[in-house]
Write a protein that binds this ligand. Sequence first.
Ligand SMILES: C[S@@+](CC[C@H](N)C(=O)[O-])C[C@H]1O[C@@H](n2cnc3c(N)ncnc32)[C@H](O)[C@@H]1O
Length: 352
Amino acid sequence: MNDLEQRLRRQAVQCRGNGSPLTGALLEGAAADLAAGGVVADLLGRHADEPSGSVPSLRLAGSLHRLVLERKAPELALHYASVGGTASAEDVWPAAGRTIRDNLDELRKLVTHPVQTNEVGRSAALYGALQLLGGPVRLLEVGASAGLNLRCDKFAYDLGDGQVLGDPASAVRLVRPWERHFPIARQPVEVLLRKGCDPKPIDPATTEGRLTLTSYVWGDQVDRLDRLRGALRVAERVPAPVVCEGALEFLTRELADLPAGLTTVVWHSVVWQYVDPAERRAVDALMVRAGWNATDGARLARVSLEPERMGDGDFTFRVYVQLWPHGDRVHVADALGHGPPVRWTGRAPGSS
Ligand SMILES: C[S@@+](CC[C@H](N)C(=O)[O-])C[C@H]1O[C@@H](n2cnc3c(N)ncnc32)[C@H](O)[C@@H]1O
């Protein structure tokens, strides 16, 4: 089995494990076709030596979903719940293979595009972390993509115990997003300023931006698609600029002053692996230097949700809050890759 075939098969297992039998079956079919020297070998063979983080498998899945969303792949669309399809996910491959053959030139271009997502469910972790911090916030997101999570306070969090946090009337509704003991009494979250950066920002107001974000959500994951569509509606009325910059450039400017009366919160989710090691080290050092200027009246926090490899090779998504003036870093929760359920550890900044 060659390396690309193995990567397709591994990704298929992950997709199934993360609730997408459609993408699982699609990638298994693609792996078998590649092994047989079929059309997938022609399409993806030239990408075989690219780093695994660039996920050619998910670029293929996203490219095919895009054709479905653009109504260019009617036979394949029958399998995609995202456009009302009801045909079996397990039987997707023959239609996918024919779609690839019929659209080879366009797909050659599409599979060169990086996977670009904005996962709204990750707001379940961010919103909880803002609850732990309390008080009015200036929210700065690094690697914000379309900036949808910068609106986390405008989503509804239905805790399942009769309480709905955030905006109960929101077009985004996260139902039972939290598990285990939330360590403190609820406090209002007030995001007064919001701003993000991304070297490849997506404009959620454009058709192209919306199509890109939607195409990389797996086509049978109706809950994720609903959350995304809801967040696009929220974005229409809640501005949150995302500037075209990398983490270091953005934070060097934004952390030069910490405004009094606010907690400046730097948030990043599933970004760190894409930032080169020198920039990562520079951002870590910058945060510590900025932390020296923090006071109890002008606090600085870093909230992150990033994958960590466990002993058995699997990943877990850890949520940390680091809070200055003291700089203590607390593991507050674990989440799934797409966010919920967020399992709180019972620890909070200042209580460890
Ligand atoms: C997997 S996406 C996650 C997007 C968003 N944080 C979320 O959770 O939905 C990773 C993002 O990191 C961005 N990124 C890559 N290099 C970066 C850098 N040096 N500084 C800031 N963001 C970066 C990418 O453009 C992409 O939008």
